[in-house]
Design a binder for this molecule. Structure first.
Ligand SMILES: [Zn+2]
Length: 693
């Protein structure tokens, strides 16, 4: 049986959308992430089960009898099967030999079991067990080198034992699934979980399918998917059903305690409620199995929907709020693994409302990426004569809010206004230079504003303010048009800055006539305090604000200096309203330089303008891929054609594709995966090509 897994898109955190090819002839693809539903004799007797799940994609079977039942294969024709044996290793070997023809068919893959009778064992004994297990598994993998297998992985609570598996997995290329059997049994061990997941991502081929088994309830599904798990084995729900527990996602409730059924699935409707007494019966167990599996499967559908079309991170946060271990998992992942996860998380998300739910959102990887990029890539304009600090607004981009329109009406009355640098203070993103207010996630985040800032928010923002202001000459004055709650930030930042701060008198609101009058007066008084070394560059066609924006957006995307290299002549934008985009046209040459997208706040450059970026001296060490060939065929660049790449590739960012000589750009596109994927994998989709030479 031939089958391949491929990543179709990277999503926030380690999460990803992919597909497993189960049959080339029948074009049978199974989408991931996905839930695997168990097939059991008791379930197969229920007509309801068969009706409910006949369209489901993926099942586990654990008895060899099912391999032989024609009915199953007929009923579930367009389905993938995973064979997981509950018996011993020797029993599995027997089944494999007896059913070799079945395992060679195209829609089934087997997972080599790792069943140890005792659970609690010493580290030394566990290590011995693993080594012995791998020795046996190695024989199977070599004997049946044409077959693909899943490998069961147990770590017995000792994260370091995972190291025993790494060289083995690298060596045996017919391992296509890692079945993590006991890793998620207890989310108390979130540090172990994160250690192992990051190791898998960092050291192993990213095309290996990650499967989670064991004591997993649907509540953990959102986090598991966030951690990059592709398949979740739902078999544990059968065990819970045998304990007469009813799954509501938030809780597992003993069925006898259920007074109000929160579900109207085929099992709940009319059936379960009638059996709602103290007695235990096989019938009740059957219905509970059905309800619990339906609930889990529906929840997975929701996850799949949100993963692509909503802010999935907010969903992962929201679904973890009432579980301390899940919250800790997210927090530690954000804190300790950012340098890995930043190369997996897309730089932007399109047209999504980003919700900040509180402290758990402060260090989201996309927020951290934004802050770090601004601090690294934002370069002061050499003509800056004054800095103005402003509060944020609920409406985004800020310029379109009522309050910012009022601020602008004052600031822009001064002919010198392009030499004023505005910074907007906000939580939890930090400090936003006016020029980048259209960039994701600044253009789309939402937070409850109460005026109360906690210490963490103050620290994040004050640190960012210090880093940005330090880039400016100490003599440049700073005007603060801020209300009380923001002043704590300025106070903290000012202790580390030499700049002089001037405070507007705020009467009631920052937008009151008196407050705006104070702003006008202050600007008038101090606008000539500092004379910059350079005058502002002239531009006739385009409002200076937009030129300033485009230059800083390009610096954000491609590094300091990129904006000026690409826009040396000025530009005129033509708006393509239906697409919410702007064409950027070079003022002198009339050539199209790129397209500005309002939904992401990013500029997609043309091949021609990217040539300006790499002009001599050639020092392009970022955002590139070297392709093994002179021309790119098709719309997708695959890993096999990649010779070299820069270490800073982030999904969704634009990438330059060089030919072998690295002197010519032969194409550009948007990254599907990041540099970590490239480092570890020999196959897979890498770039969606947008333009070719
Ligand atoms: Zn139900």
């Amino acid at each position: 049986m031939k089958y391949i897994f491929e990543v179709l898109s990277s999503q926030i955190g380690y999460s990803r959308v992919g597909r497993i090819l189960f049959s080339k002839e029948r074009k049978l693809y199974i989408s991931t992430p996905n839930i695997i539903i168990p097939i059991k004799i008791s379930l197969m007797k229920q007509l309801n089960f068969i009706q409910e799940f006949e369209d489901h994609d993926l099942f586990t079977i654990s008895k060899d009898i099912f391999l032989k039942i024609g009915f199953i294969k007929e009923k579930f024709k367009n389905t993938g099967f995973i064979f997981t044996s509950n018996g011993t290793f020797e029993k599995f070997q027997e089944i494999l030999e007896e059913n070799l023809n079945i395992f060679s068919e195209d829609n089934i893959i087997s997972i080599i079991p790792f069943n140890v009778p005792t659970i609690s064992i010493s580290k030394e004994f566990a290590a011995k067990n693993i080594s012995h297990h791998l020795l046996n598994v190695g024989k199977i993998l070599k004997t049946y080198s044409d077959l693909n297998f899943g490998l069961s992985i147990k770590i017995f609570n000792y994260a370091e034992l995972f190291n025993l598996y790494i060289p083995f997995i690298k060596e045996n290329k017919n391992i296509k699934i890692l079945n993590l059997v006991d890793l998620f049994d207890n989310f108390n061990n979130f540090r172990n979980i994160l250690r192992i997941i990051s190791k898998i991502k960092k050291d192993l081929d990213n095309n290996i399918i990650l499967m989670a088994s064991g004591r997993i309830t649907p509540k953990c599904y959102p986090i598991l998917v966030y951690l990059g798990i592709d398949l979740i084995n739902s078999s544990y729900l059968l065990y819970l059903s045998a304990e007469y527990l009813y799954e509501t996602i938030e809780h597992l409730i003993p069925i006898k305690k259920i007074k109000y059924l929160p579900c109207s699935c085929i099992a709940c409707k009319g059936n379960l409620i009638k059996l709602n007494d103290n007695k235990q019966s096989p019938e009740k167990f059957d219905y509970l199995c059905l309800h619990n599996l339906i609930t889990a499967s529906n929840y997975m559908n929701k996850i799949k929907q949100y993963l692509t079309y909503e802010d999935y991170r907010a969903f992962a946060e929201k679904s973890s709020f009432d579980d301390m271990n899940l919250i800790s998992t997210l927090k530690i992942l954000d804190k300790d693994y950012f340098n890995y996860i930043r190369y997996e998380t897309p730089l932007t998300q399109k047209s999504k409302k980003i919700k900040c739910l509180g402290p758990i959102s402060y260090y989201r990887p996309d927020f951290r990426e934004f802050r770090e990029r601004i601090v690294k890539n934002f370069e002061p304009e050499p003509w800056t004569s004054m800095i103005i600090l402003l509060p944020c607004s609920a409406r985004k981009p800020y310029s379109e809010s009522k309050s910012h329109k009022l601020f602008s009406s004052i600031i822009r009355k001064f002919p010198e206004f392009p030499s004023f640098q505005e910074f907007i203070i906000t939580s939890p993103l930090g400090v936003i230079p006016r020029q980048v207010e259209n960039i994701y996630p600044v253009n789309s985040y939402d937070i409850s504003v109460t005026g109360e800032w906690d210490d963490e928010e103050i620290k994040i923002t004050a640190d960012m303010l210090i880093s940005l202001i330090k880039k400016y000459n100490n003599e440049i004055p700073i005007i603060c048009h801020l209300k009380e709650e923001y002043l704590e930030i300025v106070k903290r930042a000012s202790t580390e800055l030499k700049h002089k701060f001037y405070f507007c008198e705020i009467n009631n609101k920052t937008t009151s006539d008196e407050s705006l009058g104070s702003l006008r007066g202050l600007i008038n008084n101090i606008k000539d305090f500092y004379t910059p070394k350079k005058n502002i560059e002239d531009s006739k066609y385009l409002s200076r604000s937009w030129i300033r924006k485009f230059i800083k957006i390009l610096d954000y995307q491609f590094g300091i200096g990129s904006g000026r290299k690409i826009i040396p002549n000025g530009i005129k934008p033509t708006r393509i309203n239906t697409y919410k985009q702007n064409n950027l046209i070079d003022l002198k040459t009339n050539q199209k330089l790129g397209v500005f997208n309002y939904s992401t706040g990013q500029i997609n450059l043309t091949l021609r303008s990217l040539n300006r970026l790499i002009q001599a001296p050639l020092n392009k060490n970022s955002n590139f891929i070297v392709f093994n060939g002179e021309n790119i065929d098709g719309n997708t660049l695959f890993r096999t054609g990649v010779l070299d790449y820069s270490p800073d590739l982030i999904p969704n960012n634009q990438v330059i594709i060089f030919d072998k000589t690295k002197n010519n750009i032969i194409g550009i596109g948007n990254l599907i995966v990041g540099s970590n994927f490239l480092k570890n994998s020999l196959t897979g989709r890498i770039v969606k090509i947008t333009e070719k030479k």
